[in-house]
Design a protein around this ligand. Structure first.
Ligand SMILES: NC(=O)c1ccc[n+]([C@@H]2O[C@H](COP(=O)([O-])OP(=O)(O)OC[C@H]3O[C@@H](n4cnc5c(N)ncnc54)[C@H](O)[C@@H]3O)[C@@H](O)[C@H]2O)c1
Ligand SMILES: [Zn+2]
Length: 406
């Protein structure tokens, strides 16, 4: 039973057409089962207001330099983490330095690089090394490397060019498909940032084979989210392919990365601003951001979102929008299939999570608003708005019950 004040969602307006990426495979080559072919490059577009070419493939690193040389530049600044340099970056760096001026810049690993102090250090260092408007920054690493380098590139001389070479599932399927570049504040994630588009993205799935499991899960959870919010058939595919040990063949990693990319592109091409229809990508994120912040680095973004999606499902059921079966599907996919089955972080109480969500929402006003499902594969949009305000007492009740049984 739906609560009386929740009217039945008007079916998605014509403005936003939802269809499965699997149905489209009958019409368009790009959606067909793309098979791994060493060295083959597939060109996509980020579909944003300022779209960037997105090059996708397996073992395509040796072709990057010739793409790079299509652009005029005086210097390349090659940003990466030390272990990624040893694993993959060195070869590319040496290839670039043979004919071009290129300096190597190491960043601290992971989220640590997304701070004001690192931002300042990197910017001042680049000025000292005579970065110019003709220079290009290259971000070789996960979403964190992409974010800090993108922000630096956007700020130096009010914007210079940069390239992203994402080495994680999240980097390839999520963070490079938006032009959002940000660092964290003392009180929250991604509080300081800008929109700045890379000149191109070079996604090579060969890197994914060494990605840590927690990080791989973080990327795949956003794919599961894309299935729940927009494509039930895609969710069925994920249910078949994923496994709790996140062990995949190179072919599977290639397929998985490609399909998650397409599932996100399908959404943003209809709303590049991500403010209207595209806001559905925030499913599970209102709770997730609060959890991620309160866990202070102990819970990754993806794991926090996985808790957030389970709570959002419970909230949806409480509001009479989705069934107990749909809620169970969340738990099954997240815990049994993806292996995100850690207990809820101790120390995060209902009160703390409610306060964190309200504080985080300073950006949009004090009301708590959520993306909720109407059914598996479709979001609820009363009066065309995909962000639904929910009574705080009800949210509190759902959170309390979730924490007590986790
Ligand atoms: N702009 C956006 O819209 C957007 C979207 C999603 C995520 N993000 C941001 O991205 C960040 C998360 O990105 P991430 O998940 O890639 O994390 P990350 O960059 O921290 O990488 C995860 C870990 O994997 C290691 N690593 C990276 N590539 C590897 C490889 N190929 N082999 C072995 N180890 C490897 C890194 O050293 C790190 O320890 C967050 O800061 C998040 O805010 C931004
Ligand atoms: Zn996310």
């Amino acid at each position: 039973m739906r609560l009386p004040w929740l009217s039945k969602s008007p079916y998605l307006t014509n403005k936003y057409m939802q269809s499965s990426i699997f149905d489209k495979s009958e019409q368009f080559d790009i959606y067909r089962n793309v098979l791994l072919e060493q060295g083959k490059i597939i060109q996509l577009s980020t579909e944003l207001d300022k779209p960037s070419p997105f090059y996708f493939g397996y073992n395509i690193q040796d072709k990057l330099l010739s793409k790079l040389e299509e652009y005029n530049f005086d210097k390349i600044f090659f940003f990466t983490e030390p272990h990624l340099f040893e694993l993959y970056g060195k070869e590319l760096y040496e290839q670039i330095t043979k004919k071009n001026s290129c300096t190597l810049e190491f960043l601290p690993c992971g989220e640590k690089c997304k701070s004001f102090s690192i931002l300042e250090e990197v910017c001042e260092n680049l000025i000292a090394k005579e970065v110019s408007k003709k220079s290009i920054l290259l971000a070789f690493g996960g979403g964190t490397v992409g974010n800090i380098v993108g922000l630096v590139a956007g700020m130096i001389y009010r914007g210079i060019r940069f390239i992203e070479v994402p080495t994680t599932m999240t980097g390839q399927t999520d963070s490079t498909l938006s032009n959002k570049q940000a660092i964290n504040s003392k009180t929250g994630k991604n509080h300081f940032g800008i929109y700045h588009a890379p000149i191109f993205i070079w996604a090579d799935t060969q890197y994914l084979k060494t990605e840590p499991d927690f990080s791989k899960r973080s990327g795949i959870i956003e794919g599961i989210k894309n299935g729940f919010i927009s494509d039930a058939k895609f969710l069925n595919y994920l249910e078949e392919i994923i496994n709790p040990d996140v062990k995949f063949t190179e072919e599977e990693l290639y397929q998985l990365s490609f399909k998650i990319i397409i599932s996100k592109l399908e959404i943003i091409k209809q709303d590049p601003s991500e403010k209207f229809y595209g806001i559905i990508l925030e499913y599970g994120h209102t709770f997730g951001h609060g959890i991620e912040w309160l866990a202070k680095g102990k819970v990754s973004h993806g794991e926090a979102v996985s808790f957030g999606m389970k709570i959002a499902a419970e909230l949806g059921k409480e509001l009479g929008l989705i069934s107990q079966e749909d809620v169970k599907r969340h738990y099954h996919l997240i815990e049994n299939k993806l292996g995100f089955n850690n207990p809820f972080p101790t120390g995060i109480t209902t009160e703390k999570l409610m306060d964190a969500m309200i504080a985080d929402n300073k950006k949009t006003g004090r009301e708590l608003r959520f993306v909720l499902l109407d059914k598996v594969g479709q979001c609820y949009n009363p009066e065309g708005d995909f962000l639904v305000t929910v009574d705080q007492e009800l949210v509190k009740k759902v959170v309390e019950s979730f924490i007590s049984k986790s």
